[in-house]
Ligand binder design. Structure first.
Ligand SMILES: NC(=O)c1ccc[n+]([C@@H]2O[C@H](COP(=O)([O-])OP(=O)(O)OC[C@H]3O[C@@H](n4cnc5c(N)ncnc54)[C@H](O)[C@@H]3O)[C@@H](O)[C@H]2O)c1
Ligand SMILES: N[C@@H](CCC=O)C(=O)O
Length: 525
């Protein structure tokens, strides 16, 4: 323990800073990424077990995770956990919790610091898994790994802060303190679209706070989660603190959510699954001694507003990046451009022009901007929305599938009504709706007209309007004169309002509180 404390002291000499993004124009970085891609390619197609209490269990029934760029290439075979195995994982996590909850916060944090260091060393390797498994471009994959490193480093420091003395008002004749204790077993259910960052963030926040975890990764990105499990094993995290359970969301997911020994559910994913979890978790089956806590981060239908005072070139660049970065598969994606009529045609023209320069194709190549969408279901759903878009707006570019992978051209519909379905529903693909607003007031109303409230941007050089948007643009993450994607850990705590979820503010000072309960202890002097 003395060594742990000494290391932490050294670490805290420098404040938290975000991991820098890799500059792939440097030959050594380009070469390192190419080597990692070759390495991961040589590892494709293996079979991976469940990990319960440190034991590796390969089940009879498996499913394949495939490369969306080339669906006949298997990334790995994963066990479809049974209901019994899901319940066993919870049991083991509950037993492990009895010890883990007594491990000092400093020791828990030290596992995160060690994991951050190891992930820095394996950065290109983690990037490569995402390039293969979910079709991220180099830059998108690298941003994802950078964010995963940031979460590890940030939550470790946050836990040390929470474990320290908390401000309480002194009362005569008493010694009072407030301490944060863990909750218990958490079911951690991340999405596939930030398969490293969000999975690592949700899992590490859970166990650094003293909880134990059953991690059920998304079925389209289990290989990346398995690489994180390997890393946790290498840094010596005790068996059973994080248990790895792959399988169908509806079977294994429901089982975890319903299990009375689960104390909380940390979920990031779609609105519909989030609502299902919210409802099921509200039940209190026999033997359950608590109200399950739900941390639910859900979808978005995010808008970028442009007024007549804005820098139109900057706005167009940001609209393109927000709409089409990672094929529009971000909860933060700017899938609606809401532009005042005075500059609408100009902005549309600039955006279309920039969109036509985007490259789409082989994401193992450094210069490719767009890859495929994640799977066949996603592709079908997006293509259905594109058909709908042809009725609801004017197709100005894109609209087609390019095979054999799940590639969809960056697609723009102009003159879409604010109440059209493609204006209001999350498509989660490279489809952008352009909406004309009469003026700034109208644009702000349109921006607020969805049931979501995750991110939004305003491009304007009018200070009064920026101030007004600060009060009235109802989103959890609001940006001025920049894109609406790319929140940075520490700088932009992330989470949304309304049907975007419980506004957990991942990567911010409030996040770990969600994984703890506060206890007030008072002693008479
Ligand atoms: N708000 C945020 O911070 C945020 C971040 C990333 C993604 N998202 C949202 O996530 C969605 C895309 O991710 P997705 O396609 O993986 O979402 P999804 O809801 O389909 O799946 C998310 C996770 O839930 C699991 N799941 C499925 N059915 C379940 C059930 N019945 N019970 C428990 N778990 C179940 C899945 O296996 C997966 O691990 C989009 O809507 C996007 O906006 C939100
Ligand atoms: N935090 C990411 C979005 C996560 C959801 O997909 C961003 O800010 O772009």
């Amino acid at each position: 323990m003395a060594k742990v404390l000494e290391d932490i002291k050294g670490r805290l000499q420098t404040p938290f800073t975000n991991a820098p993004f890799t500059d792939f124009s440097k030959e050594e970085n380009k070469h390192a990424q190419e080597e990692a891609i070759a390495q991961v390619r040589s590892e494709l197609g293996q079979t991976y077990p469940l990990i319960i209490g440190g034991k590796k269990i390969t089940g009879e029934k498996t499913f394949a995770s495939v490369n969306p760029s080339q669906p006949n290439q298997v990334i790995g075979h994963f066990t479809s956990a049974t209901v019994e195995q899901a319940n066993e994982a919870v049991k083991v996590a509950a037993e492990t919790f009895e010890n883990w909850k007594h491990v000092p916060a400093e020791e828990r944090a030290s596992y995160l610091f060690a994991a951050a260091d190891l992930m820095r060393q394996r950065r290109f390797y983690f990037n490569a898994w995402m390039i293969f498994e979910v079709g991220k471009s180099w830059v998108e994959a690298d941003g994802d790994t950078a964010e995963a490193i940031d979460f590890l480093e940030y939550y470790a420091r946050e836990m040390l802060r929470l474990a320290g003395d908390q401000p309480v008002t002194p009362l005569p004749g008493e010694e009072n303190k407030l301490v944060y204790i863990p909750l218990g077993v958490g079911a951690v259910i991340p999405p596939w679209n930030f398969p490293n960052a969000i999975m690592v963030g949700m899992t590490s926040a859970s166990f650094v706070a003293g909880n134990t975890v059953v991690l059920k990764p998304a079925s389209t990105s289990p290989a990346i989660a398995y690489q994180f499990m390997r890393l946790l094993e290498e840094v010596g995290l005790p068996a059973g603190v994080v248990n790895f359970l792959t399988g169908s969301g509806s079977v294994v997911g429901d089982t975890l959510v319903d299990n009375p020994r689960v104390r909380y559910i940390s979920f990031t994913g779609s609105r519909d699954v989030g609502l299902r979890i919210y409802e099921r978790a509200s039940k209190t089956p026999k033997g359950q001694r608590w109200l399950k806590r739900t941390i639910l981060e859900m979808g978005g239908k995010d808008g970028i507003v442009v007024d007549e005072t804005a820098d139109l070139d900057a706005a167009a660049t940001a609209i393109v990046a927000s709409a089409f970065g990672f094929q529009g598969q971000k909860c933060s994606a700017g899938s609606r451009a809401i532009v005042v009529e005075q500059v609408y045609d100009k902005v549309l023209e600039k955006v279309v022009e920039k969109t036509k320069t985007l490259t789409m194709g082989d994401v193992t190549q450094p210069t490719t901007y767009m890859g495929p969408v994640v799977d066949e279901n996603a592709m079908k759903k997006i293509l259905e929305y594109i058909e709908l878009g042809k009725q609801e707006g004017r197709l100005v570019t894109g609209g087609k599938h390019q095979g054999p992978g799940y590639f969809i051209e960056p697609t723009i519909f102009a003159d879409v009504a604010p109440e059209a379905r493609i204006s209001l529903e999350e498509i989660f693909g490279p489809v952008l709706a352009f909406i004309k607003a009469k003026d700034f007031d109208d644009a702000l109303d349109i921006a607020n007209n969805t049931e979501y409230g995750l991110t939004g941007s305003l491009f304007s050089n009018d200070e009064q309007r920026l101030e007004r948007a600060g009060e009235e643009f109802h989103v959890g993450n609001l940006y001025f004169n920049r894109k609406c994607t790319g929140a940075m850990v520490g700088g932009h705590p992330f989470g949304g309002f309304n049907m975007s979820g419980t506004d957990s503010k991942a990567g911010g000072p409030d996040y770990l509180l969600l994984f703890t309960q506060a206890k007030s202890i008072s002693k008479k002097k």
